[in-house]
Structures are given as structure tokens and as C-alpha cells.
Design a protein around this ligand. Structure first.
Ligand code: ZN
Ligand code: ZN
Ligand code: ZN
Length: 366
């Protein structure tokens, strides 16, 4: 990421804050801070805070001992670094920068203890969420971000292609999950973010934690996993059958696959996000499984696994070119099995484009 891009993002954030009627944005260590500056310190009890104001250069407030870290990250090319000493009040330092600011937008991951400190130091200021401003910027991916998301998706596809070559019968969910983690790294990711493996009835729990349960012939297995490359995430789900698919699985699988396809076909610039959810839900309800599709259809993805836009009833925000999100309908039959199929999709002028290309046919593994 060239510094130039961060400078552009910071300028856009300052402008968007102004348009939103905010006098300042305060951004704590988080994906928001990485997006804006490339700086990624751990969120800790000592305050690190980026202050963005319309028509001013950004100022990063840091504990003195972390000033070298911020300098190494190139922050001084983007704005000012203001260090505070251990005996100083960092909240007063921020209040000194924002002066008489009345409306402050706070990043989502600002710890409550820091928000309380800021409120104490800025009596009379109104604090609100900066999410509408920062989320709006982060939701539209630029070409470099799209490249990284595509690369991450490719690694996820390769991981799936390789895991289905291996024998699953008699192995445990945990063993398959460990193998997914290894493959995610072998295919090129910097980091594994999560591996869900739910066999048989465990697949009916969408966020199942892999257990020591052995996988048997006849089990449907839901595998949902992701990694991170260059900071950007992947997230894919495929459901496979082991040795012999149970009779009902083929039907449920076809319904979920059709729901996923219909939702994908609904994607276009200007379409309200909830229409994509409705398209998936319509197919599943038509087949009488509506009650068993217990979650939203998808979530945005980028520096974080889950971010805006959320593909859910009630979100009438129009989709825009460059947005990236999952489409992951599922049907969960308690005590029996679950089926979920998930791809990451981006919005182009022509409609949706899948970033994942792993087969959506029912794979029968050994
Ligand atoms: Zn999930
Ligand atoms: Zn997933
Ligand atoms: Zn997902």
C-alpha cells in the first residue's frame, strides 16, 4: 500500500466527516486505523488515537514509548504525531487538539474506557458513531483491495480443492479443521482466521466449533473457513457428502445452491442490500425450509471478516460498485445435518462477480 493511497483515504475521511456534520473523527487501533494509515498497533490501555478534522491535517496521539513504532509505520508522512508522557492525561491532549469541537464521531473499536475518558475531558461535546462515515468509505474496495480479496479467495478455493482429495471418513472434525488450517497457509495465506467443520448433526449449528467427533460414511460435512493475505480476508463455505450422500441431502443441497444462485443474480449497483437476502430466502421458503434458514444471507468482507454491507432484511442501503460481501444461505435441520454454500461476490457495473470459483456441485468425498 503506497502512502499516497493512505493520504487519499485520510483526505476522504476528513471530507466525509465534514459532510456528516462532524467536527472530528477519533479512530482507535483497529481495521479502521489500518485502512486510513497502515498503522496497526494492538489496542491497549494506553491511548493511541487518530484525530481527523475537516480541513486540518490528521494528528496521531500516541504514548511516548510507541512513537518509534508509529514513525516506522510512516505516520509522519501522513500527518503529525503527538506523543504523550506517562504522567500526562492523554484525553486532555486530545481535547487540546479538538478545541471546541461539538460533534465527535468515534470509531467502533474505541474501548469504552477511552470513550469515557474523552467524554470527561470534552464536557458538552456530543459523541456518535463514526461507522456511517468510515464504513461507507471502507465498503467500496479500490483495485488494490480487490486484487487482495481475489487472491485470498483463490487460496480458499485451492484449500477446498485439496481438502476434498483427502480421506475424511474416520477422521475427526478437529483433524479436518487442522488440515484446513495447514492448507490455508500452504496455499499462500499469511494467517488462518477460522476453520469450522461440522459433520452430521453438528452441521446444523452454523458456527459449530470442531470437536473430536469422528466423521462417518453418510455424513454431510459443512466446512467454513478463511485466511488473510496482505491484510485482506477470505471466507468460503462448502458442504460435502462422505462416501454416500443421504437421500434428503441432495434435495436440501439443490435448494441451497439455487438460493445462492438467485441471490447472486440479484446483485447489481443500486439494488438495496435486503433484496439479495430476499432473493435467497424466497427460494428456501418456497421449499418449506424458511424457518431453518436462521441467519442473514451475507456480510461485507475486507480487512475484517465481517464488515458492512450486511445482506439482511432491513438494510435498504443500495449496493454500489466495488462492494464485496458473502452470499451464504443455509438450511439447518436440527439433529440431522446442515447445508451452507458461501462465496464472496463483488459488485460490478454489469452485476455480481464471484471471487470464489470452487465447485458448487455436491462433492462426494472418501
Ligand atoms: Zn458465520
Ligand atoms: Zn463463512
Ligand atoms: Zn461468511
Amino acid at each position: 500500500m503506497a502512502l499516497n493511497d493512505n493520504a487519499i483515504r485520510l483526505a476522504r475521511a476528513a471530507e466525509a466527516a465534514g459532510s456528516a456534520g462532524l467536527d472530528a473523527l477519533v479512530v482507535a487501533p483497529s481495521a479502521d486505523l489500518v485502512y486510513l494509515t497502515g498503522y496497526d498497533p494492538p489496542p491497549l490501555e494506553r491511548l493511541t488515537l487518530l484525530v481527523i478534522r475537516p480541513a486540518h491535517d490528521p494528528i496521531l496521539v500516541v504514548p511516548r514509548l510507541e512513537r518509534p513504532l508509529a514513525e516506522d509505520a510512516g505516520i509522519e508522512d501522513l500527518g503529525e504525531v503527538q506523543a504523550w508522557d506517562e504522567t500526562e492525561d492523554p484525553y486532555a491532549a486530545v481535547a487540546g487538539i479538538t478545541g471546541g469541537a461539538e460533534r465527535i464521531g468515534c470509531s467502533d473499536r474505541l474501548w469504552a474506557v477511552h470513550l469515557l475518558g474523552l467524554q470527561g475531558a470534552m464536557d458538552g461535546a456530543a459523541f456518535s458513531s463514526a461507522a456511517p462515515v468510515l464504513g461507507g468509505l471502507r465498503a467500496i474496495k479500490d483495485p488494490q483491495e480487490l486484487d487482495l480479496l481475489k487472491r485470498a479467495a483463490r487460496y480458499a478455493d485451492e484449500t477446498f480443492a485439496r481438502v476434498v482429495q483427502t480421506r475424511m471418513e474416520t477422521r475427526t472434525e478437529q483433524e479436518v479443521a487442522s488440515q484446513l488450517a495447514e492448507l490455508l497457509l500452504e496455499t499462500g495465506n499469511d494467517q488462518v482466521t477460522f476453520t469450522i467443520v461440522g459433520a452430521g448433526p453438528n452441521g446444523a449449528s452454523p458456527h459449530h466449533e470442531p470437536t473430536g467427533r469422528a466423521i462417518h460414511a453418510g455424513d454431510p460435512v459443512v466446512m467454513d473457513f478463511g485466511g488473510r493475505t496482505g491484510g485482506y480476508c477470505s471466507d468460503i463455505t462448502r458442504t460435502v457428502a462422505v462416501v454416500e450422500p443421504p437421500a434428503e441431502l441432495r434435495h436440501v443441497f439443490d435448494v441451497v445452491r439455487e438460493a445462492q444462485e438467485e441471490a447472486f443474480l440479484a446483485v447489481a449497483p443500486g439494488v438495496p442490500a435486503q433484496e439479495v437476502d430476499r432473493a435467497a430466502r424466497r427460494v428456501i421458503e418456497r421449499d418449506g425450509y424458511g424457518e431453518l434458514f436462521v441467519h442473514r444471507t451475507g456480510h461485507g468482507i475486507g480487512l475484517e471478516e465481517h464488515e458492512v454491507p450486511y445482506i439482511v432484511e432491513g438494510n435498504d442501503e443500495p449496493l454500489r460498485e466495488g462492494m464485496c460481501f458473502s452470499i451464504e444461505p443455509g438450511i439447518y435441520l436440527p439433529g440431522e445435518f446442515g447445508v451452507r454454500i458461501e462465496d464472496i461476490v463483488t459488485v460490478t457495473a454489469e452485476g455480481g462477480q464471484r471471487l470464489n470459483h470452487a465447485t458448487r456441485e455436491l462433492e462426494v468425498v472418501r
